[in-house]
Structures are given as C-alpha cells and as structure tokens.
Design a protein around this ligand. Structure first.
Ligand code: CTP
Ligand code: MG
Length: 226
C-alpha cells in the first residue's frame, strides 16, 4: 500500500540563527528539507506534504524541484504539533496508508531507518518511533538539589515516527481537542491509547538544532562521500 509522509519544516530555526529558516539552510550544496525528503523517498515514501513558513513558497518549491514523488508544500502552524495536524490533513491517501512524520531538521536520517519504521507498521505496530541510547550522564535538578538518573534504560526519540494515516489523524485531532501539548507524535498516539513500538534509530538522524550540529552533519556527509 501507499507510504505517505509529512515533513515538518515550518519552524524558524531560532537556535541555529541562520539568515533563512532552518529547512532552507544549505548542507554541502543541498537544503536540509531536500535532504530529508530525498531520504524518505529512498526509504520507500511515495507522497510527501511539507509544512513551510508563510511567504516562502517559491523558495521551498525551488528546493524541492525534481523530487521523484509528488510533493506539496503548505503553510504550517504555530507549533510543531499544529504543523503536523495541518500536514496530515493535506495528505491524499486512504486511512490504512502508512503515514510518517519527519523533522526536516533530521536531514541525514539513513534510508534503512525509514524502511525499518515502515516495516514495523506493516508488521502490525500501532505507533513506531526510532530511538537511540542516551550518551551523557544525566542528573535531575530541582529545589537547589540534584540527583543522578540511571541512564541505562533511557532512550532519545528521533523521527520519522509512523502509524496508519487514519489513526494518526484521529490521535492528533483528539490531542488538539484536549489541549494536550507534547513534543512528539508517539506521545500523541499514546494519549489516544495506541501502543508505541521502538525500533533502532541512528546517530546520523540527529536533529540539527545549533550551529555545532550543522558542523557535525557536514562531517558525517564527508565520511559518507569518502
Ligand atoms: N516545525 C514546524 N512548525 C512549527 C515549529 C517547528 O513545522 N511551528 C518543524 C521545524 O521546521 C523542524 C521540526 O519541526 O523541522 C523540529 O523543530 P525544531 O528543531 O525545534 O525547529 P525550529 O522550531 O525551526 O527551531 P528553533 O526551535 O530553534 O526555533
Ligand atoms: Mg522549535
């Protein structure tokens, strides 16, 4: 069946501090949003909706010119969660299509992570997220006090996250209705009573957030091209 995706790219990238929105920032000659969309297509995605900032339709159309599958750009919302809901509504596919949500900022996600997420939904998982171990030692702070947190059972959550399109739309509608604010789509699914399945993510799928992340992404690309 069809595998469709929302790529959320409507943020400004304030922490990166580039003169253009983060998704349009160049990484070795290719904008981040284009790298993200191409990675999804390499992983089997057949239709993409990209949420973009207001007033930049021409710039995004140019960045996405020539993508191998149909791509539509629509203006996103105030928060990432709003943008996801708007993007899901714009997808043209049946309720049982596999639907992915991906951060444009995770531009170097390897195609095998995308295919693993899709395969997990096809195998029957209700909601799927790629995760990686936490590297740093973690302390919890509060009240001028602090304590160590055992990092061994902790996982950092990446994208693409996936579910069936109808279920994902329903979960986002319910979260919006309830006024629930969460940072990822699996949390939205969990609120709707769906079970979350974890698959291995990859370090290369880091979310490019600060200037040091862009430098790291550049180094990852150089290693790939060797
Ligand atoms: N995003 C979106 N709509 C919003 C906010 C964020 O589509 N209203 C997207 C971003 O474009 C990004 C992804 O969600 O690809 C993850 O968000 P983040 O990394 O925080 O990006 P920004 O919000 O752009 O960055 P910052 O928080 O530093 O301003
Ligand atoms: Mg943000």
């Amino acid at each position: 069946g069809p595998v469709v995706a929302v790529v959320v790219a409507a943020g400004s990238g304030s922490r990166l501090g580039a003169p253009v929105p983060k998704a349009l920032v160049d990484l070795d000659g290719v904008p981040l949003v284009r790298r993200s969309v191409d990675a999804l297509v390499a992983g089997g995605v057949t239709q993409v909706v990209v949420t973009i900032p207001d007033g930049l339709a021409a710039e995004f159309a140019s960045a996405l010119d020539g993508v191998a599958v149909p791509v539509r750009c629509i203006v996103g919302g105030e928060t990432r969660q709003d943008s996801v809901r708007i993007g899901l509504a714009a997808l043209d596919a049946p309720d049982d299509a596999v639907a992915l949500v991906h951060d444009a900022a995770r531009a170097l996600v390897p195609a095998p992570v995308v295919t693993a997420v899709v395969a997990s939904v096809v195998d029957g998982a209700q909601a799927v997220i790629p995760v990686v171990p936490v590297i740093d030692s973690i302390r919890e702070v509060g009240d001028g006090d602090s304590r160590i947190v055992d990092r061994e059972p902790l996982r950092a959550v990446q994208t693409p996250q996936a579910a069936r399109l109808g279920a994902l739309r329903g979960a986002h509608a319910a979260a919006a209705q309830a006024g629930a604010v969460v940072t990822d789509d699996a949390a939205v699914c969990e609120l709707a009573g769906m079970r979350v399945t974890l698959v291995p993510g990859h370090r290369d799928a880091l979310k490019i957030t600060e200037p040091i992340d862009l430098a790291l992404a550049g180094a990852i690309l150089q290693t790939r091209n060797q």
